[in-house]
Ligand binder design. Structure first.
Ligand SMILES: Cc1cc2nc3c(=O)[nH]c(=O)nc-3n(C[C@H](O)[C@H](O)[C@H](O)COP(=O)(O)OP(=O)(O)OC[C@H]3O[C@@H](n4cnc5c(N)ncnc54)[C@H](O)[C@@H]3O)c2cc1C
Length: 320
């Protein structure tokens, strides 16, 4: 019979209190719990938190408001509240669409934007129950996906020999919208927020907590859109997703689920900037976006490359 690992639970009252508990290195934050509880339940990591620190007990961390030329979203704001917010839908459309396309209504009602951007990467070896595969991402010596079944893995190569992809739907929208992530210590440009650590997916220090997302209000006439390809329509992680923001002389394009972290398609941005978006320019921008893509041993992830190209094309056309 399985012996369940024990942990204690703390309802934090302030961000400072939560951060001081994290400092021990033996604690984990919980927001909606939709990713963390699966990780703990299936014991996918070699270590197990001794303490789970609840952020939802901290008042005033869920809000959506526009002030001082930016949209401010509290880290504990639920995805469903972002998806339905009229202001987000009209002026920060890519983010509303990304939140709307995440998981299921139940998960969107529980899951928060802070948890969504901090969720761990996806790879079925890394996430196999009972820490069966002690891979690079866990501090081990091997990548089991490299020579194994890597059909969902990176099309832009490894990072520190890991090819697990970042699965967040909101992350590419935040990069495309040029967002900043506020923590209890600093402000980080969204593009610089994700990094491969063991076993993490962000640059956050052990006692660092996301407190707010800030998005500069786009200039009048700027449009943004999000597109996602998943196997199932009802509930599924992205095989590839893409967010774009297009202004009069500016374009930002970000893919996700194609690399270790959100992948900004800068060549495609350079191509489309200042051009009229048509079927043919959007198609050519899609081709630029995947020009540097490569397949992994076994060719199993080859199918993701044309999907990524199409995601870029469709997201751009939605802004035309
Ligand atoms: C069946 C299923 C389907 C899913 N489908 C999708 C999908 O389609 N797209 C997608 O993007 N995601 C998907 N998810 C993943 C994810 O669970 C949700 O998207 C959700 O947004 C995570 O938020 P949460 O508040 O529940 O995070 P939690 O589970 O509470 O936390 C996730 C991680 O972030 C850390 N964390 C939480 N809040 C903070 C904070 N404020 N500061 C620092 N660290 C923090 C936690 O310690 C934990 O490591 C799915 C999950 C499930 C179970």
């Amino acid at each position: 019979m399985k012996t369940w690992k024990k942990f204690s639970h703390i309802d934090a009252r302030t961000v400072e209190e939560a951060s001081s508990v994290l400092r021990s290195g033996k604690a984990a934050l919980i927001s909606g719990g939709t990713d963390l509880l699966g990780i703990m339940r299936f014991e996918i990591l070699p270590t197990h938190p001794e303490v789970v620190v609840n952020l939802k007990s901290i008042p005033g961390m869920d809000y959506v408001k526009e002030e001082n030329g930016m949209l401010r979203i509290g880290a504990l704001t639920r995805l469903e509240d972002i998806a339905k917010n009229e202001l987000v839908r009209s002026r920060y459309t890519a983010l509303a669409e990304a939140a709307h396309r995440t998981a299921t209504p139940h998960i969107r009602e529980m899951g928060t934007i802070g948890g969504n951007i901090c969720q761990l990467n996806r790879c079925w070896y890394f996430r196999n129950p009972d820490n069966r595969f002690n891979c690079f991402r866990k501090g081990g010596q091997e990548c089991y996906a490299w020579g194994g079944d890597n059909r969902y893995h990176s099309i832009f190569g490894p990072v520190k020999l890991c090819i697990a992809v970042n699965p967040s739907d909101t992350a590419p929208a935040l990069v495309a919208l040029n967002a900043r992530i506020r923590t209890n210590r600093r402000t980080i440009q969204a593009e610089q927020f994700w990094e491969m650590t063991v076993p993490g997916s962000t640059v956050l220090a052990v006692d660092e907590i996301v407190t707010e997302i800030q998005i500069p209000t786009p200039a009048a006439g700027t449009r943004s859109a999000f597109n996602k390809f998943a196997i199932r329509k009802s509930i599924d992680f992205p095989i590839v997703n893409c967010a774009v923001m297009v202004g009069e002389s500016d374009a930002r394009i970000c893919l996700n689920a194609v690399f270790n972290k959100p992948y900004r398609a800068e060549k495609a941005e350079g191509f489309i900037k200042g051009k009229r978006i048509t079927e043919s320019t959007a198609d050519a921008a899609g081709a630029e976006a995947v020009a540097a893509a490569s397949v992994l041993p076994g060719d199993r992830n080859k199918w993701k490359i044309p999907i990524a190209k199409t995601m870029v094309k469709r997201a751009l056309l939605a802004c035309a």
